[in-house]
Design a protein. Sequence first.
Length: 239
Amino acid sequence: MTPGQSARRPAPEGARARIQRALKLSPLFERASRASSEAATAAGDLEVVPGGTLVVRQGAAPDALAVIGRGRARLERVAADGRVVPLGYRGAGDLLGEACLAHAPHAENGTAMEELELALIPVAVVDSLLAADPTLGAEVLSLLAARQRETEDRIESLLFRNVEGRLAEFLVRAADRWGVPSPKGTLIAAPLTHLEIAQSIGSTRETVTLTLGALRREGLLDVAGRRLVVRDREALAAR
């Protein structure tokens, strides 16, 4: 992890309880032994960083595995020609800095989109837990397989779906990940801007704005303040 020292804030009261809560939200530690969870909690450090902070730096060597306890982070990769390739988002319970699991440099940048609470587990502790807990090792393999599938699905979508199809797919996944029930349907609680959506699906802000308007007129979407509401998930998924 690479947040700047000036961006760090003192760990709040009850830091251990917050670290424990973050680990409970993580699928990686969900099936880990009690001993592993307790060891990770005891060795972990809690950091709170403001939005806009670079918490993972592409090319840097990881020194800790981070579990997000609260907030969201945006993942991006900077190509050799300087272009920025959006890779997606991470939220509560998700990992940042999982390159440490393979002792490899970070392959992407991770930036806090809002105030981010992180439970940081040192690399040496993660290594010892993996060596002692076979269940945790199996969960790591599942995590890596899920990341590969996520990448393959993204490539398939970019190659074979038009903008409306990619946007519909993005909204369905956002509703599954960030959705909360509302009178109109499923409210996507994450404050996603049109530009962020456009970058994620390989389009332009203008095209996304027009396509969202068309989906609203068809009754598939609605808005609540600055949030999107999925009114008909099945119809949207079929686009």
